[in-house]
Design a binder for this molecule. Structure first.
Ligand code: ZN
Ligand code: ZN
Length: 335
């Protein structure tokens, strides 16, 4: 089989011919139908993740079918639809694991980061960490839900979203588009905050009640004029664009970050004190939340906006992602 490999940071992605992998005890082999290209894959390539184990086959938004069962696997049947998220496995024994908090495990392996992932027609996965994909979802559309979908859903849960809340979603890229849809599905009134006026129609189509174009004045004050947001979900990478939004938090509101990378976030403590506000971060989610993400997608018709590509297009997609010019979620499809 032909796989894409990151051998060294910033070196061209290499295509290698490899034998089909064999599932060991407790493992399944997935015939990959689709794998999303996440911004984190670019971070691995750029060398921002020191926990990545190169050479690696990237890809942690995997959707496909079970192709072969390793010894002892009873919970899966060959032919079932299956997906793999970022978390490949956890230790199963630490306090976080015992509490069901997969992202809290310090001894986790990550799909396509420390274990070979889905930029390949076949991959191995631990049976216990794979999640069933409902028949109603197209596999290519299901793939981005395994990272982008879980990330925004996990963040909204982390910020204690409840029906009737006002949720502002900043940024309308792959994460933000799903953020609008999941916040809406969870019963919130959604305000979208974007720099690009041309995304207004898209945001409304996805379920935003109102769209605030950040270029036309102060986005935080614009939120405040609308009564403030109980939750601000920010998906952007530029922290200087996040700070102004704090002025738009309702009392006891939460700003939850899933996009920012590297730069410090300037925050005036007084603003947090007076508003009794919280600033928090969130990363992926647990396996139960992964099931909820897929279930909500079926019940509320949540779909990512995707662009289908071939494995060979990876380098070109990375370049476009790096320049911020990849408009929809790129999904690699096989066959
Ligand atoms: Zn990801
Ligand atoms: Zn653990």
């Amino acid at each position: 089989m032909k796989v894409a490999v990151i051998t060294k940071t910033k070196a061209p992605v290499v295509f290698e011919e490899r034998p089909l992998p064999k599932p060991g005890p407790g493992e399944i082999r997935i015939k990959v139908a689709a794998c999303g290209v996440c911004h984190s894959d670019l971070h691995i390539w750029e060398g921002h993740f020191d926990f990545a184990k190169l050479p690696i086959v990237p890809g942690h938004e995997v959707a496909g079918v079970v192709d072969q069962l390793g010894p002892g696997v009873t919970e899966w049947k060959v032919g079932e639809r299956v997906g793999m998220p970022w978390i490949y496995s956890t230790c199963g024994h630490c306090d976080a694991c015992v509490a069901g908090d997969d992202p809290g495990c310090a001894r986790q392996e990550a799909t396509g980061v420390s274990k070979d992932g889905g930029y390949a027609p076949y991959m191995i996965a631990p049976a216990a960490f794979a999640t069933r994909i409902p028949e109603a979802l197209d596999l290519a559309e299901a793939a981005p839900l395994f990272c982008a979908g879980l990330t925004v859903y996990g963040a909204l849960r982390e910020a204690d979203i409840r029906g009737g809340m006002t949720v502002a979603v900043q940024g309308l890229g792959g994460l933000g588009q799903l953020g609008v849809q999941y916040a809406r599905a969870l019963g919130a009134r959604v305000l979208a905050v974007t720099r690009s006026a041309d995304k207004t129609d898209l945001a409304r189509r996805l379920g935003a009640a109102e769209v605030i174009v950040a270029r036309d004045g102060h986005p935080g004050e614009a939120l405040a004029r609308r009564g403030g947001a109980d939750i601000i979900l920010t998906t952007v990478h530029v922290t200087s664009a996040i700070t102004p939004l704090l002025a738009g938090l309702a009392p006891r509101g939460s700003l939850v970050m899933v996009g920012a990378a590297g730069e410090p976030l300037p925050v005036n403590p007084l603003q947090l004190m007076v508003g009794r506000a919280r600033v928090l971060g969130s990363v992926v989610g647990n396996r139960k939340q992964m099931r909820e993400v897929l279930d909500l997608a079926v019940r509320h018709d949540i779909r990512p906006v995707i662009e289908r590509h071939r494995l060979e297009d990876v380098s070109r997609i990375f370049e476009k992602l790096g320049r911020g010019e990849q408009p929809a979620r790129a999904v690699l499809t096989f066959e």
